[in-house]
Each structure stands twice: as C-alpha cells, then as structure tokens.
Design a protein around this ligand. Structure first.
Ligand SMILES: [Zn+2]
Length: 617
C-alpha cells in the first residue's frame, strides 16, 4: 500500500539554517482521545491544548500536506523498554478510586502533587508514547522525513519515577527505537525546563547526544548545569545551556543556531528528536522566557534545514492558546506552508480573542541574560562539542548493555518486512535497553564551585532537587484564558454528544468548571465527542490508505469494554468535585470489575499485546 511513499528523503544537507523548503514527507500523529484526559481540576497541564492545536492545524488545511496517523498506544511491555516493570505496573493499576491503598507506591514513584493520579492516566501515557515510538519506527524505515507528535515530549519522566507532569518518557522510548537503526541520535530540548529525564537515560553513552536549553537557577527540576556533560563514554555528549529569565528571540537564536550547527558538524547525527516545549514562550503560566511564536519556531525551522530525519514533539506549555498557536505554526513550518496571520474559524475560536491571530508576541520583560554571559556559555558549550565526534563502531560495541549490540538480525528483518502487518513489531525483545540508564554513573555530584562561578553560574540555594514543577509560577504570565470558561459552558450544552465517545473513564470525573483560582477552566471532558474536526474525516481515508504500523488503529478508536454505548458520567461536569465523585463511584466500581487488566485489550490490539496484557495480570 505504501510503496508509493517509499521515496527516500531528498533533503540536501545545508549548514545555512532556515533555507530548506524542499518537500519533506511529514507523518503527523494524533489520537482524538488525547484531549479528553484531564489531570485534576486546576492542574496547569492540559492535554486539551493538543486538541486545540490540532483543530488549528486541520482548519489551516495542513492535512493536505502530511499523512495523519493514529498510533497504537504503547503497551506495558513497550514502556518497560525503559521504565521498570514495577513502576509501569503501578501506573497501570492505580486509579483515583484505589489510590488510597497505594500510598506507599505513590510516594515511591512521586505520584501525587505535580503528577496526580487521574482517570485514564495509563491510557494517556500510552497515547503519548505510542505516537513517538511509531514516529521513530516510520523514520527508521524511511517512510517519512519528519514525524510530529504534539502529545509527546514528556521529558521529565524517569526510569521509575514520575516527575514534572510526566509519567512515561515517550522521548526515551522513541530514541531507543531509533537506536535500532541509527548510530547517532541527537536530542534537542527547547522547553523552558531542563530535559533531565532524557539526559539521565543517555548520560553514559555517545550514541545519543542530548542538548538542552533551559532556565537554570532556582527553578525546576534543578539540574542541567553547564558542567554536566556526561560521563564515561558519554562524556561531552550531554550538553546543557543554562539560561536566565527573559531571553528573547534574538538572544535565543544567537546561542541556539551556533550550538546546533556545531553539533551537526562534529557529531553528525543520523536522526534528531526535537522537543518543542511551549513553556519557553512569552507569557507562559509556568515559564519565564520571552520568546515569540516566531522565535520559538525558528528552532524548528533551523533544525529542519539540515535535512536530517527528525521527530518533532510537544512538551510543556501552560498558556494553552499560545501553545496551540505555536504548535500549529510549527506544523505549518514543517510542511512548508505559508499560514495566514488571521486564524481560520476553528472549534476553539473564542480562545483566541481578542485578536484571533496566529501570533505570540514577546513582552517587555527584561532579558537577564547578558551578552557576555551568553557568549561565555556558548564558547564553553561549543568547545565541549568539538571534543565529541562520530563514535566508531568499536566505540559503541564497547558500551555495556548497548541496545544495538544485542539487536538480532531477525528482529530487524521482521521490522522491515512485517511492519505493515504487525503492529507489535516495536515489541521485539530489547529488554537490555532498559539498562541504558545507569544511575550509579551519573550520581557524581562533587562540587566544583569555582568552575561554575567562573562561568557565572550561581549555586542554587539548597541543591536538593525540587520535586515540584508548580513551585515556580510565572508572576508575569499572560492572563488566564478568560474565555476558557465561556467555551467550557458552551461545551456543557453539547455534553450529550460526548458521552458515547469516551473510550474510558478518562477525565470524566474531573469537574469541568472547577478551576476558580485562575479561570483557566478544565473543559476537556466537556468536549463534544467528535468535534467537527476536519481531522477525523481527513485522517481516516488517509491513514487507511497507508501502511501505518497499526493500520487498524487508524480507523477504529480504541474502545474500552465498558465504553461503548455507556453514557459517560457527565453529571460531574456540573457539580463539585466531591459530588461528582460520589455520583460516579458506583458506576465506576462496576466498570472496574469488567476492566481490570483487560481494559486496554481493545479491538485493535493484536495477539502479542493481548497475550501480554493477560499475562501481566
Ligand atoms: Zn517545561
């Protein structure tokens, strides 16, 4: 089916950023369920922003320039390519109803405050990770040049710990997938927060270079110093660019482009994963940078200009309307579309008042990054990058537990030949991969104050890592999306439409109108089931005509056994949290009997996954 899509990338390498507009085959991953999940009332992380971005993307007509896929959600087994079995088991079984009996585990796995238990948590993680893994698999097979998954980019999740709103690290899982075919993978992170989970996973290997640009100093997660460069074989293959508040477009570009250019020249990655966290935008609720939409998107444009296969992911971003604008604009950038400044009408039009424009403007906040400071850091970073190289085959075969060295030919052949028919191909045995992270190696915390001081890096008060991302709220954040409430109420009127579509209790027990503090209403679950998104109509035939990893998933939304035909407990959208919980408690209990371990054994999951889910129970 896909033979006509086999043409290899024709992208020419160019070290001059921003010029490449040669046609690229773009695979875009979107699961229309994703916007239905809600963390808890008032939580700044709102999966709904992904649906908003998607609505813009579709209404701008970008679907004509890319292939749209609904990925098979990552299975438990796939998640354990990086995470521990115990941790994934916990994520799979914990629910808002039974969480009280897991107090110990919650503490152990840092599930609680920032990373709450919510309905459909595991499924949400599966969607996020599935898109990134499938993007990696398509890239590996040369079936696309660019893969986009705005539901991915959850860079803080650790091997056995949730962190910073992230539970399952889709990025690490995607990179592990890429490493099966690619010798060198570059990870770039432009989220305002340090990409700690990804860095940690690959801190000891030269097969992945991680480059993170982030706010550093009295800020979550507290890691990402300039001097943190990797250890052992991975020395100099972790790059950290610590920044201060208020960095603007010009300053960002002046350090980003030369840094990435040096990496491309000296490291020569075969694939790139770009995390586009939107909390580095001006006015973000939790961020502290001052990037405009264009300044943020310039990173995408620049990275794309090298013509190296790239996976583009989401990440943070807590002022929804601006995140949606930017990710839509960046999607347009990737498909080479000139987008009108005037937003097209879309499902969430009211959110974009008063200007209804495709833009995020910078503020007049001060840029605390002096020219000298940036120059100093940049020089050091580039000096370190120059010490890297393209690891020789001998070099990586010497890395213990290297995923590639144990990759048997058979599985590669399977991957190549059976991929179209076998949605589980990502599950080939790679158990050793999870050991790619070697925590003992990077616990090197010896102080080097002089060194850091010479670079202008202040000690962070109490170097204990903050476990709470929400401890840092941007006092200069843009005003809450005042119209969110309006939109939420509009959706309440439509709530009958959504009930049949809930594939799970996902988000259904979070009150829609509950966030009084900031007026930033959680309205995810109040969304019409299948908002009149061009996406869905466009996606189905498109996806069906291609050989996605999981063709069946493209057309049939996964339905949980109890989902079909059972009206979602809409009542809670009108009531308080407590009332809502009481109202749905009974129904929920009944559901759980049927759900249990088989809850994700959907129509779409094929043999291996079924077996695996059953076995895990
Ligand atoms: Zn972030």
């Amino acid at each position: 089916m896909d033979s006509d899509h086999m043409a290899p990338s024709t992208g020419a390498h160019s070290l001059v950023g921003g010029t490449a507009s040669q046609p690229k085959k773009v695979a875009y991953f979107y699961d229309s369920d994703v916007g239905n999940y809600a963390y808890v009332a008032g939580h700044p992380m709102k999966p709904h922003r992904i649906r908003m971005a998607h609505s813009l993307i579709m209404n701008y007509g970008l679907y004509t320039k890319m292939e749209i896929y609904r990925a098979k959600p990552a299975s438990k087994y796939e998640m354990t390519q990086f995470h521990t079995d115990e941790y994934i088991d916990f994520l799979h079984k914990v629910t808002p109803d039974n969480m009280d009996s897991f107090a110990k585990e919650q503490s152990k796995y840092n599930v609680g405050d920032d990373c709450p238990v919510f309905d459909g948590l595991f499924e949400f993680c599966g969607i996020s990770a599935g898109g990134t893994m499938e993007g990696a698999a398509r890239l590996n097979r040369g079936k696309c040049d660019v893969a986009v998954n705005w539901a991915g980019g959850l860079h803080h999740a650790k091997k056995s710990e949730a962190s910073g709103f992230c539970y399952v690290n889709d990025i690490v899982l995607g990179i592990i997938e890429l490493l099966r075919y690619k010798q060198r993978v570059l990870y770039i992170d432009i989220d305002v927060h340090h990409g700690d989970g990804v860095e940690e996973a690959f801190y000891t290997t030269d097969r992945v270079m991680t480059v993170s640009f982030h706010k550093y100093g009295e800020y979550f997660p507290g890691t990402g110093e300039l001097r943190d460069i990797g250890v052992g074989a991975g020395k100099n293959y972790s790059v950290n660019f610590p920044l201060r508040d208020g960095i603007d477009d010009e300053a960002y570009r002046a350090m980003f482009e030369p840094t990435i250019e040096a990496v491309m020249t000296h490291y020569g990655p075969e694939a790139i994963v770009l995390q586009c966290g939107g909390d580095s935008l001006s006015g973000d609720r939790l961020g502290c940078f001052n990037l405009s939409m264009a300044g943020h998107a310039n990173c995408v444009k620049y990275v794309k200009s090298f013509g190296v296969p790239v996976i583009v992911l989401g990440g943070g971003g807590y002022t929804m309307r601006n995140v949606a604008r930017t990710w839509a604009y960046e999607t347009g950038e990737l498909v080479g579309e000139q987008m009108s400044k005037q937003l097209p009408f879309n499902d969430y039009y009211e959110y974009f008042a008063p200007d209804y424009e495709l833009d995020v403007r910078p503020s007049n906040m001060e840029n605390a990054n002096s020219h000298d400071y940036l120059h100093k850091i940049k020089s050091t970073v580039i000096d370190n990058i120059r010490r890297t190289g393209r690891p020789s085959v001998e070099a990586f075969t010497n890395i213990p537990n290297n995923p590639l060295t144990r990759d048997d030919e058979d599985s590669d052949i399977d991957d190549d030949e059976d991929a179209d028919n076998n949605p589980d191909v990502r599950s080939t045995e790679r158990r050793q991969d999870r050991r790619i992270a070697n925590p003992a190696d990077y616990d090197d915390d010896s102080e080097d104050d002089e060194y850091r001081a010479s670079m202008g890096i202040r000690d962070q008060p109490g170097r204990d890592k903050s476990r709470n991302i929400t401890a840092h709220v941007n006092p200069d954040a843009a005003k809450p999306d005042a119209l969110d409430k309006l939109a939420g109420l509009d959706d309440l009127n439509d709530d009958s439409a959504l009930s049949t579509r809930q594939t799970s209790p996902a988000g259904s027990r979070t009150p829609a109108v509950a966030d009084e503090e900031d007026g930033d209403v959680d309205m995810d679950e109040a969304e019409p089931a299948e908002p009149a998104e061009p996406a869905e109509t466009a996606a189905a035939p498109e996806a069906g005509s291609t050989d996605s990893h999981s063709p069946s998933n493209n057309l049939t939304p996964p339905e949980s056994p109890t989902g079909a035909g059972v009206p979602a407990p809409d009542v809670e959208m009108e009531g308080t949290d407590e009332a809502a919980k009481a109202d749905v408690a009974e129904e929920k209990q009944a559901e759980e009997k049927q759900q249990g371990e088989a809850e994700r054994d959907s129509e779409n999951a094929k043999g291996e996954v079924r077996t695996e889910v059953a076995k895990d129970s």
